[in-house]
Write a protein that binds this ligand. Sequence first.
Ligand SMILES: NC(=O)c1ccc[n+]([C@@H]2O[C@H](COP(=O)([O-])OP(=O)(O)OC[C@H]3O[C@@H](n4cnc5c(N)ncnc54)[C@H](O)[C@@H]3O)[C@@H](O)[C@H]2O)c1
Length: 396
Amino acid sequence: MLQLPSLKIADTCETRFILFDDLKNLWMETRGVNTGSDRSGDHDSSVNRDKSSAGIREKHLEFTGDGNMAEDAPVLLIVDANVRNSHGEMLKQVFPGKSTRYFEVPPGEESKNVATWNRIIDFAFSGPLRRNTPLVAVGGGVTGDLAGFAASGLMRGLPLYHVPTTLLAMVDSAIGGKTGINHAFGKNTIGAFYHPEAVLFDTAFLNTLPQREWLCGISEVLKYGYIADPRLLDQATALADPASRSQTLLEGVIKQSVQIKSKVVADDARESGKRAWLNFGHTFAHALETQDNYCNINHGEAVYAGMIAALFVSRKLGYNVSDEPLMALKDSYQLDLGGYTSAVDRLVTLMTQDKKNRDNSIRLVLVKDHGRPCVHPVNNRNLLREAWQYTFRALS
Ligand SMILES: NC(=O)c1ccc[n+]([C@@H]2O[C@H](COP(=O)([O-])OP(=O)(O)OC[C@H]3O[C@@H](n4cnc5c(N)ncnc54)[C@H](O)[C@@H]3O)[C@@H](O)[C@H]2O)c1
């Protein structure tokens, strides 16, 4: 079993990744129930294992021993409401002998805003709170970004733990310390770099994940295929189809993604250089999400469309890259972006407001060849318009 090194940002800042089999050692069986959680050996059928036993396994997590847990103040659990519905019984068992306080995050990107952040702050101060009270984010990228941002400010920083429950959060958002919320000015425009103490991965959560959300995570895996390891393009395609999805494939893809992202972040924690590669497709995607007012298009879907647009620009600038691996999944994503064709000028304007731009140039991540990204300043609005038009036609 491949082990992941922790992600060390500085002498005082290190994130532990606790994965699958490692996690099994931390989850302790209670009441002598055989949970069937032994994942050694052949895993191929376990992705389809019984939902109730997978999601509501009787086990709990031992955070003790790292010196971070306040004994006299309840653990703060910031939990996506859908996750609490489907996995609430399991969450109750997570902290044996510890009291917990729950804050439920209403599902969806609309929650990633100042109002919900404010409610989390009020909730945190409505009960006992110490500087070493752990704050645990249980959910997808929305809950993780929002709760992480709250953790970064409360008492000047509470110990943060991520329990990602979507594929997107497992392969991307729970890793690397970016936290934040959206503002009418743009996506993720308020936030902080704040690294979790640990990220705990349990793929059993994914047994209740809707197919649409699987595809959102697959977009980020395809991104790693284009910017780092082209083998992930085929693996992501296989993972997109429930019929060819297996536990072995899933765990391999998550581990490879965590490794790619941690390596990039370890080399460039504050995005002054190659961390920008992780934004492949995202400058287009964030414009689309802002134009959509975070309503109809999910982040991962916007990234899928954004990568098609960025590959178009890459080809226009002479690079030899294909969007075939993306187009092969067109029927799976079923994106209908026809309504945005009249908003192309506005989308380009939104791209010019991207917080990563410099010297009046949009800093686009392009791909020279599969696995070889670059950052390219682009000023040509016509080229960006063409890229949007190409993308809307390709996906119609
Ligand atoms: N911080 C970062 O580095 C980073 C990186 C990539 C994306 N992001 C952010 O992540 C967000 C997208 O994350 P996401 O795709 O996880 O979306 P999400 O958090 O909105 O979750 C998607 C949906 O899945 C539901 N859900 C979550 N876990 C479930 C489970 N186990 N079973 C059933 N339903 C479940 C949620 O209720 C929600 O409806 C965006 O806001 C994006 O900006 C952040």
